[in-house]
Design a protein around this ligand. Structure first.
Ligand code: KIV
Ligand code: ZN
Length: 515
């Protein structure tokens, strides 16, 4: 089924969330899903519904929120998994069930303890079960990259016969090299007798840093769906990065005979959103979305770009969503100006109250910071969304004293379920003192795993965007906060993380189950 359309299947919310520490709440997943929908991603894998109640509810919420992309749920090749996925996706405008079972000798023998015949039988049964819920069914032979070719052909033929409309070939452990993986896809398409009845997809992991190269090589050999994640997030070294795959195919139209339907100007905002929510910062030299991706340091390069951009740039920064740091609004801008700029950024409000609330925050920010950029508006909306989470602990006040030759000290007052409590604490620095004062009140028993600060725009009056990762009894959460005062932003991020820990939820890992 070769076509000139390359389907983009984003798995940031599922495989991406399998990065240790990259946990996301239901609301955060819906926000990311909306950003992916705005980008016109074809399929959004929203989670693994059997894994936990939280996963189920997230898939259900994404299925209800998204209208223009297909929403997919993952399921092992087990009836109970598939039924749960079917239930979670019930309200989706367009739903897909993605079922998988391992096919490599090592996985079948050591993990599944099943004979190859049993694996084929179970795969077929799973696809038939999934077809009871939707006619859009994807099947993956897990660890295909280390499976035997003849056996893979046999499994794929059987599942396509059973009704699989997409067959996805995962290089689960990132073992393959580009020429080899491309060749595997070509041979599968040639040898599976009913290959024309399904879309061939690839899902590459980045253990050798080859996930994007392997995906592109597969596209050159007939794959018409690529599974990928924003910023290359994912299990271990991650998955193929969406932005790199999409921009490689678009930039090298001379080589690829297909293209995606994506609005690439949404790439940088989506990358920022995912980095902020997960706390996985983007390295400055990361292709497409890194801060230096379009920066020219050397004089020769700068001179060349000024004379003609194409001398050193193969893509336009605006085409992937880098804004030119235009001042968009200021102190005197009104409510309508704010609404229309947010709408241009793809952000709309469910009610007039929500807009009023955003406007109040905007005015407060404009008092502290005279020039408001798109990035500030995006952070402001993120901050507003945190209020819904910050129900249990609320920051009432924070006072920090930091002076040369003196130990910094923080005084904090929190509102805990309606009751105010205060504490003071010294610390190694102002942020440390603030966290210690919060802990003196809540005694959370958590362990701080990550603390990171990024400036949202340039200049010393820029807002600092802080991520705090806390762990308690194996449960990991990421908290966020933004403010022109980074100590306040830090305290907010810490309190946001504490609020997320109030209702912990366990989950099962999709590749560790009994099948
Ligand atoms: O890496 C993998 O094999 C997977 C499957 C569930 C597709 O994530
Ligand atoms: Zn994977």
């Amino acid at each position: 089924m070769s076509s000139d359309r390359l389907i983009i299947f984003d798995t940031t919310l599922r495989d991406g969330e399998q990065s240790p520490g990259a946990s996301m709440t239901k609301d955060e997943k819906v926000r990311i899903a909306r950003a992916l929908e705005r980008m016109a991603v074809d399929v959004i894998e929203a989670g693994f519904p059997i894994a936990s109640t939280g996963d189920f509810e997230s898939v259900q919420a994404v299925a209800r929120a998204v209208k223009d992309s297909t929403v997919c749920g993952l399921a092992r090749a087990l009836d109970r998994d598939i039924d749960r996925a079917g239930e979670a996706l019930k309200d989706a405008a367009s739903a897909r069930i993605h079922t998988f079972i391992a096919t490599s000798p090592i996985h079948m023998k050591m993990k599944l303890r099943m004979e190859p015949d049993q694996v084929v039988e179970q795969a077929v049964k799973a696809v038939k079960q999934a077809r009871k819920y939707t006619d859009n069914v994807e099947f993956s032979p897990e660890d295909a990259g280390r499976s035997e070719l003849d056996f893979l052909c046999r499994v794929l033929e059987a599942v396509i016969d059973a009704g699989a409309t997409t067959v996805n070939i995962p290089d689960t452990v990132g073992y393959n090299l580009p020429h080899q993986f491309g060749d595997l896809i070509r041979q599968l398409i040639e040898r599976v007798p009913n290959s024309d009845k399904a879309v061939f997809s690839v899902h590459c992991h980045n253990d050798l840093g080859l996930a994007v190269a392997n995906s592109l090589s597969s596209v050159l050999n007939g794959a018409r769906q690529v599974e990928c994640t924003i910023n290359g997030l994912g299990e271990r070294a991650g998955n193929a990065s969406l932005e790199e795959v999409v921009m490689a195919v678009r930039t090298r139209r001379d080589i690829f005979s297909c293209d995606t339907r994506l609005d690439t100007t949404q790439i940088v905002p989506a990358s920022r959103l995912v980095a902020g929510i997960t706390g996985f910062a983007v390295q400055p030299n990361k292709a497409i979305v890194g801060a230096n991706a379009f920066a020219h340091e050397s004089g020769i390069h700068q001179d060349g770009v000024l004379k003609s951009r194409e001398t050193y740039e193969i893509m336009r920064a605006q085409d992937v969503g880098w804004s030119d740091n235009r001042i968009v609004l200021g102190k005197h801008s009104g409510r309508n100006a704010l609404r229309s700029r947010l709408e241009e950024l793809g952000i709309s409000f469910d009610s007039e109250e929500a807009l009023n609330e955003a406007f109040t925050r905007f005015k407060a920010l404009a008092d502290k910071k005279h020039e408001i950029f798109d990035e500030d508006l995006q952070a402001l909306v993120t901050e507003a969304s945190l209020d819904a989470v910050n129900e249990h602990y609320k920051l009432v006040s924070l006072r920090v004293c930091s002076e040369t030759g003196e130990t910094p000290n923080a005084d904090v007052t929190l509102n805990i379920d309606g009751k105010e409590r205060s504490a003071s604490a010294p610390g190694g620095g102002p942020v440390d003192a603030a966290f210690k004062a919060i802990e003196a009140i809540v005694d959370s028993g958590t362990c701080l795993q990550l603390y990171s600060v990024n400036n949202i725009t340039s200049g010393t009056d820029s807002q600092g965007e802080v991520t705090v990762r806390l762990e308690k009894a194996g449960h990991i959460v990421n908290g966020q906060g933004a403010d022109t005062d980074i100590v306040i932003a830090s305290a907010r991020a810490y309190i946001n993380a504490l609020n997320k820990l109030v209702k912990p939820q366990g989950r099962e890992h999709p590749q560790l189950g009994d099948v």
